[in-house]
Structure formats: structure tokens, C-alpha cells
Design a protein around this ligand. Structure first.
Ligand SMILES: *[C@@H]1O[C@H](CO)[C@@H](O)[C@H](O)[C@H]1NC(C)=O
Length: 497
């Protein structure tokens, strides 16, 4: 990605794409994807279906039995006793949108917390996480499913949704349902949650946590704030929101874009002279552009996306073929990662029948959804977080240390810069080892409801690179024992008794 368009050209193209996303021409041009570039090639770039449906604000769900599941799991509950479900929710405040989701009952206990996972992109399907990160199964090359020893369903009742509309198996018959901002995204997620818990009251009193990765660093704080607002206003079912976790996320672009050159220099993928040049020319331009964007700018926000991404492009033109999700790796040809088994598997007739998706296409990453969200990209989502912390809702920010695109340094900086009542104490808290199997799996900082974890030996997708450590992280964090010393949750409970 060594080519750098002139700023003006980029800006013009950006505005064209923005208006294209908002009208009905379906005009498309290639944008170099950043967070969503996983070399997937869905046949269509967004899920706009031809036939309408009439259910509104309704869940249509079916028991899910994936074909070709191999062997059995080591857990106490056999597969036949586990509730696995796939469903569609007809989004209440939409014209004709349906949101696809998976639900996997905990392999441990129905009383475990309910955890929802959101994949980023924007516009990439959460099935990426289901099959390559923290879901119950992995896809073998021969299209069998094998149990994931470290699936997050070992300690939680796990929900995955395809969103925003147009992503994965989620679709609409009306292009006006494509979302452009966090207000639309968070309202749809909140509406879904209300409908899901109404359908499954048996889980409504469980602890509830929001998790996700990458561009979900935008979705997650917005969604958490939406749930909290709904609870306070006594809208619908009370949702027992206990915390939200952001993995290698983009949350405060002003701070995070500025951190790119520093991280790249620290990691030796650019030279000092490049670093200084970027800092002198591109960083100030980006800072100014972000100021104009603020929290609700429109054209200024899209413009700042192009201005600020000159920083990233400039680093990549020095770094060469390095995989920007994991700088220890190179991109072989075009393939930084190969997730093509997922598309192959999800297009099998037997699988599609099991999911109940009819003839809806699977859109692994939607370029239309991506472009429609460009106006949202540079907005600062940190601003809503302090109010949540003050009300005792927990935040975990974690980051694999070898990811460039949403690197730990930028994340650590915004977490430290965030103004809230515990800011000073958090800053003064010691960094302690996060230990799994008696070895250091990361470095943890915690004060009150706020935790930051730098995960060793991992890139952008922590549950893929460090499955066991990520499961331990989720388990301890959701049980409130993340900052306790020691290795094993059970052991530390025994010690307390
Ligand atoms: C498919 O692959 C899995 C995992 O590699 C293996 O255990 C299984 O035996 C294979 N199944 C067939 C039918 O080849």
C-alpha cells in the first residue's frame, strides 16, 4: 500500500463515496480497507435482499446443530444438552432490516454471565470471531468443526451479532437502513438486546458484558452508554450491565493516530528520520482535522479520516509488506491471514440449512457498510466512558502488543488521559504481571472499575493468538478477580474462604 493519493483527490473520493453510500446508485470504488482487510471476497458488497418481510421487532430463532461436528468436548455438558441457536431479529427502528445472531449456551452453567461479542471492520461479520477467535468451534480444512478448547462459551453464555445492517447474514430490503453513526448502531443493538431477553427471560437477570475488537472500540462505548441510559430511564427490560471490554480497539482517534509514529519507531519498523518527518507534517494536520470533526462533525469527519490516514500510509510505505495486524508477520502476497475456510463453510448447503438463512448471501466484510461509516471513524468515543465508570460499570481495555493498527501504546495513552474521578490513582497504580500457567501472559494495570491489559505474544486478534490467556482474562474479569494475584480463579476463591 505504498501509493499515496494526493490529499485533495482522497478527500474528493471520500465525499463521493459518502454520497454514494447515501443514495441508491450502488456506485462503488475501491477504498483501501484498514481494519477490515482480511482478503475475503464475498460475491456482493452488502446484503440488500430482494424480497421484503413483514415481522417487526420480532425474534425468529431456531435450535442450531452445525453439521460435521467432530468428537465431543471435555466439558460436563454434552452437545445435545446445550442450547445453540441461530436467529434473526427484525429491527424495530428500521424500515426492513433483519439482524442475524448466534447464541451459544455456556458449557459450564446457564448462570454464567451473558457476553456479547462485536467484530469491527466496520462491516465485518462476527463469524470471524466465532470460527477463528473465541467461538465454540474451529473449522478444519476438510470442513469439519472441532471444539475450541478455549471458547469463551466455557465461562459465559455467548452472543454474536452481524452488524451494522448489511454485514454477514444481516440484511435489509431497503438501502436506507444502512447505518452511518453510533447512534444508529447502538439503538439497533439495544433493540436487539431487549427482544432477545424478552424471548429468553431465563437469562435476563444474569450479569451482562459487552466485548469486541477493533472498530468495535467505537461500537462498544456507544452500546454500553445506550444500555445504561435505557436502564436509568426504565425502558423495557432492565439489563444487568456489569462491564464492557475493548480489544485492540479504535476509541479515541486523536490520541491513537498520534501514537502511530511512536509505536512504529519503538518497534523498529520505521527510522527516526521518518518518525520526525511524519510528526512534523502529518500529525499536526491530522490534529487540526480531528478538531474540526469533534464528536458530531460530518464532512469534516470524513475529511479527517483521509488527512489522518496519511500517517498510517506513510508508515506502511516504509514498513513494506509487514502485516499491520501483527508486525512480527509478513503479508505473503495479498494474504495477511487466510480466513477463506469460513466463507467456504458458511456457503455449504447443509450449513445454510442449519442456520436458516434461506438464500441470503454471506457478506464477510462489506465495503458498502465500511464506506457508510467513514463519517463516524474519527469521532471520539472516549467522551461517554467516564460517566459509565462513575456509575461503577467496569471497563477493560486490552491489546495484543504486536498489533500496529490499533496498537497498545495508543490505547494505553487514551486510557491514561481519560478524565474521571480515579484518573490519578489509575495512573499511579503499579503494572503487575498477568499470569497464566505460572508464566507472564501480559501486564495489567487496574484501579477501581478501570483495567488495562497489554497482552504478550499477540497481534490484533488476541483470542486467536493467545486463546488460553484470553479465556482466563474474560473469566477473571467477569468474576471480578482480574487484579488478584495468582493464576487460577478456583485457587484464589479457596484462599479467600
Ligand atoms: C477432518 O479433519 C479433522 C481435523 O484435522 C480430522 O480429525 C478428521 O478425521 C477429518 N475428517 C475426515 C472425514 O477426513
Amino acid at each position: 500500500m505504498g501509493h499515496c493519493n494526493s490529499l485533495l483527490l482522497s478527500l474528493l473520493l471520500g465525499l463521493v463515496s459518502l454520497s454514494a453510500a447515501e443514495d441508491d446508485h450502488g456506485f462503488n470504488f475501491p477504498v483501501k480497507k484498514l481494519i477490515g482487510d482480511f482478503n475475503l471476497f464475498p460475491p456482493h458488497d452488502v446484503n440488500i435482499a430482494r424480497y421484503p418481510h413483514s415481522d417487526v421487532n420480532k425474534i425468529v430463532e431456531k435450535p442450531l446443530r452445525f453439521p460435521n461436528v467432530l468428537g465431543s468436548d471435555d466439558s460436563a455438558l454434552p452437545l445435545d444438552d446445550l442450547a445453540h441457536r441461530a436467529g434473526y431479529y427484525s429491527i424495530q427502528h428500521s424500515r426492513a432490516a433483519r439482524m442475524f445472531y448466534f447464541f451459544f449456551e455456556s458449557r459450564n452453567s446457564q448462570e454464567d454471565p451473558v457476553v456479547i461479542w462485536l467484530t469491527g471492520g466496520p462491516g465485518c461479520s462476527s463469524e470471524l470471531a466465532v470460527f477463528y477467535e473465541n467461538g465454540p468451534f474451529k473449522i478444519a480444512d476438510n470442513m469439519s468443526l472441532v471444539w475450541n478448547e478455549h471458547g469463551w462459551d466455557k465461562v459465559s453464555n455467548l452472543l454474536y451479532v452481524d452488524q451494522p445492517t448489511g454485514t454477514g447474514f444481516s440484511y435489509s430490503t431497503d438501502k436506507r437502513d444502512i447505518r452511518h453513526d453510533e447512534e444508529g448502531v447502538s439503538n439497533d443493538l439495544y433493540d436487539f438486546l431487549q427482544a432477545f431477553f424478552a424471548e429468553h427471560l431465563e437469562y435476563a437477570a444474569n450479569d451482562f458484558f459487552i466485548t469486541g475488537e477493533s472498530y468495535a472500540g467505537h461500537y462498544i462505548p456507544a452500546f454500553a452508554a445506550r444500555v445504561h441510559r435505557g436502564n436509568k430511564a426504565k425502558e423495557g427490560i432492565h439489563i444487568n450491565l456489569k462491564g464492557f471490554a475493548i480489544g485492540n480497539g479504535l476509541t479515541d482517534p486523536g490520541i491513537q493516530y498520534k501514537a502511530y509514529p511512536d509505536y512504529a519507531l519503538d518497534m523498529g519498523i520505521i527510522q527516526q528520520a521518518d518518525h520526525d518527518r511524519i510528526n512534523k507534517v502529518m500529525v499536526p494536520a491530522c490534529e487540526m482535522a480531528i478538531k474540526l470533526c469533534g464528536t458530531e462533525g460530518k464532512i469534516a469527519c470524513t475529511a479527517s479520516y483521509f488527512v489522518c490516514n496519511t500517517i498510517f500510509n506513510s508508515i506502511m510505505s516504509q514498513a513494506g509488506d509487514v502485516n499491520y495486524y501483527d508486525i512480527r508477520k509478513m503479508c505473503e502476497g495479498n494474504l495477511c491471514y487466510d480466513f477463506s475456510n469460513m466463507e467456504k463453510y458458511l456457503n455449504l448447503k447443509s450449513v445454510r440449512d442449519a442456520l436458516g438463512v434461506g438464500d441470503i448471501d454471506f457478506v464477510s466484510c462489506s465495503s458498502t457498510v465500511y464506506q457508510a461509516m467513514l463519517v463516524d471513524w474519527m469521532r471520539n468515543l472516549e467522551v461517554g466512558i467516564p460517566a459509565l465508570l462513575e456509575d461503577g460499570i467496569n471497563l477493560l481495555v486490552y491489546a495484543g502488543e504486536y498489533d500496529l493498527i490499533c496498537n497498545w501504546l495508543g490505547n494505553s495513552r487514551w486510557v491514561h488521559a481519560m478524565e474521571w474521578s480515579g484518573q490519578k490513582e489509575f495512573g499511579a497504580s503499579p503494572e503487575v504481571p498477568f499470569t497464566v500457567d505460572n508464566s507472564e501472559a501480559g501486564l495489567l494495570k487496574n484501579y477501581g472499575p478501570l483495567s488495562f491489559l497489554k497482552v504478550h505474544d499477540a497481534g490484533h486478534m488476541v483470542p486467536m493468538d493467545q486463546p488460553k490467556a484470553s479465556l482466563e482474562m474474560l473469566k477473571r474479569w467477569t468474576r471480578g478477580t482480574l487484579s488478584q494475584p495468582g493464576d487460577d480463579v478456583e485457587k484464589s476463591f479457596v484462599a479467600e474462604l
